[in-house]
Design a protein around this ligand. Structure first.
Ligand code: SF4
Ligand code: SF4
Length: 162
């Protein structure tokens, strides 16, 4: 991993739309009632713990600023999936644009699984070439309604999910 330079949010408020904050009944994909879009949080000093802790990958030095690209990138280690990059859509259509495609290719090329988190709640999982999808994992994705795509060279094929 290249050395990363810490940044600050500035007037980006993208994750105040994309992510859920259960403590304040905030659902994913909806603006938080405390958010002043493009400015900041109205209850900044008293914001929930998850808001204090969350740092997208741009903050840590990777990618471009989420309010400009309309994609929030969030890396996790997710057990059976191993390293996983979640790409959260801030505005409808953003995951269909070249920025998201480039990040997806970079991650898959580095053996990192990618999950597209659409604004409407759909999720799509992309796994690198050679990634073993166990029956248990396939069942879990199926149960959660997550469509699975397997990378083969540069093309991506849909796996047999219902
Ligand atoms: S998406 Fe990243 S840069 Fe934007 S407000 Fe959230 S943590 Fe800050
Ligand atoms: S409480 Fe503040 S920091 Fe947390 S999602 Fe709402 S506006 Fe953003």
């Amino acid at each position: 991993m290249p050395e990363q330079k810490e940044r600050s949010c500035g007037n980006c408020t993208a994750c105040c739309k994309t992510h859920a904050v259960f403590e304040i009944d905030k659902m994913p994909g909806q603006w938080c009632k405390y958010c002043e879009k493009g400015k900041g949080c109205r209850k900044y000093n008293d914001r929930p713990g998850v808001c204090k802790e969350f740092r997208c990958e741009w903050i840590k030095g990777y990618g471009e600023r989420p309010d400009r690209t309309k994609v929030v990138i969030d890396f996790h280690n997710q057990g059976a999936m191993g390293n996983l990059a979640q790409l959260w859509e801030v505005s409808e259509g953003a995951l269909g644009r070249s920025y998201a495609t480039r990040i997806r290719s970079e991650c898959l090329g580095g053996d990192v699984c990618v999950c597209y988190m659409y604004l409407d709640g759909r999720k799509e999982m992309f796994v690198p070439p050679g990634f073993f999808v166990s029956p248990a994992l396939l069942a879990r994705l199926n149960e959660e309604g997550i469509k699975l795509f397997k990378t083969k060279g540069i093309s991506i094929a849909v796996q047999g999910l219902k």
